[in-house]
Ligand binder design. Structure first.
Ligand SMILES: [Zn+2]
Length: 250
């Protein structure tokens, strides 16, 4: 059954059957994705195919056209197994935007200008209408670091933040200094884990820099310090995280 678009920026509705009722009362998160498929049309068809069992609320074409697939009141199936700030049913509390883009597998080309302008307008509309706190505008990779890398390090988070969408601070300059990497253990690793968890990442405080922690650090770098994405918690990465926590809105 069709429905009217929730956002004035959606030019069309194409109904996806892949949806259900939200569980719980909070709708406080916006998740951005890339489709990771060679063509926009193929991705849109998949998001509306009952056999695929995936969907999102909105779809943004390369040229900036926006299609709504699931009413905002409903739970779309975009985040999968995901966690943020202790919540595990991210689909119930979020709105998902799929951005047509071939992804890492397709060589991570730059996002077209018209597409970014459209994503910015749409995201701005959603966060203002739904009063979504800026630190809860997240990448799929933030909420599922071990499984996902979208929308990728080429996504212009800084530009969205300048438009009032999302939480962002200038990345600390790359410089020498103490760093932590796979295999490291001890109190400083624990302290860094506690900071990642405080910001919202699913990061147990174990004192062991293991594979799961490397994935979390990598996800953090993709979003907040994209100059080098290697899963090594260097001084710039740690300072950027500290600055972000300090700049969190009350
Ligand atoms: Zn995704």
């Amino acid at each position: 059954m069709s429905f009217s678009a929730d956002s004035p920026f959606a030019q069309a509705v194409m109904v996806s059957p892949n949806r259900g009722a939200r569980v719980g009362g909070d709708l406080d998160t916006l998740i951005l994705h890339y489709t990771g498929m060679p063509t926009a049309q193929g991705a849109l068809e998949r998001l509306c195919d009952p056999a695929a069992e995936v969907s999102a609320h909105y779809f943004v074409f390369e040229d900036g056209r926006i299609v709504q697939m699931v009413p905002e009141a409903d739970r779309a199936w975009h985040a999968g197994a995901a966690t943020w700030a202790g919540s595990r049913d991210i689909n119930s509390r979020s709105i998902g935007i799929e951005i047509a883009h071939p992804g890492h597998a397709g060589g991570l080309p730059p996002y077209p200008e018209a597409q970014i302008a459209a994503v910015t307008r749409l995201a701005r509309d959603i966060v203002f209408r739904r009063a979504i706190p800026s630190p809860r505008v997240l990448a799929h990779s933030d909420v599922a670091p071990a499984r996902k890398e979208d929308p990728g390090e080429g996504f212009p988070w800084e530009r969205l933040a300048r438009a009032g969408v999302g939480h962002w601070v200038p990345p600390a300059p790359m410089r020498d200094g103490r760093f932590f990497a796979m295999g490291d253990t001890g109190q400083p690793v624990e302290a860094l884990q506690a900071m990642l968890a405080l910001y919202g990442y699913e990061q147990p405080v174990t004192g062991q820099f293991d594979e799961a922690m490397r994935a979390v650090v990598t996800a953090f770098q993709r979003h907040f310090r994209p100059a080098r994405i290697d899963g090594v918690a260097d001084a710039s990465t740690i300072t950027t995280l500290r600055d972000l926590i300090a700049a969190q809105p009350a």
